[in-house]
Design a protein around this ligand. Sequence first.
Ligand code: BTN
Length: 226
Amino acid sequence: LIKTVYYYDVLDSTNNKARELPENSLVIAEEQIMGKGRLGRKWFSKKGGLYFSIALKPEMNLEDIPKLTLTSGVAVARALEEYQARLKWPNDVLINGKKVCGILSEIVGEIENFKVIVGIGINVENAVPDYATNLKNLNSEVNRAEILKDVIEQFTKYYKMLLSREWNKIRFEWLELSDTIGKFVEVKAGNRTYRGKAIDMDYDGGLIVETEEGTEKVFSGDCFYI
Ligand code: BTN
């Protein structure tokens, strides 16, 4: 899958760099000055973490791109299987209930001819706040090159599955790895807030929440456990 690897000491954001590059490029930086998180947040990107982005041109409909992000989460969780990594909807990877990885997908270009940048940040031996964790806490022998290799290997496998119309298989793996299903959640999506029990991740990638008003489906947003 990966044709060219671009490696930098410092970048503003690997996602921004990947926008300028051809499909199937992998961009890695030791450090990011303006690491981007979801929903306009900043992603702290000090040395010691893994920060990388993959530029892709998937033969998929635009509305199916959330599935690609969910698929990337499955790939990371599989690569971090020895740590019992779990998935929090939509695409955080948790270990022992704490965030170890975030994924930010961005669509660039025109609707008929778009590229997707999948950006992945993994806390490896960088310092992290209390609500997060890093791999070094769990394994002192952690090796960033090896983790990157494992993630790319898993990503390649699952990306190919997705393109071969095996989304439902991936979806079941997501459900198996899910930390969210069965929990009570509050999801803020646009100006609406949904509160209730997360009962499923639907075929279209939406989270199904059983609220007091009835069953609702949420497509993106900020998800908290309550
Ligand atoms: C999130 O959980 O909010 C998503 C975080 C995504 C961070 C990664 S680090 C590599 C890539 N470059 C960025 O600027 N962001 C992503």
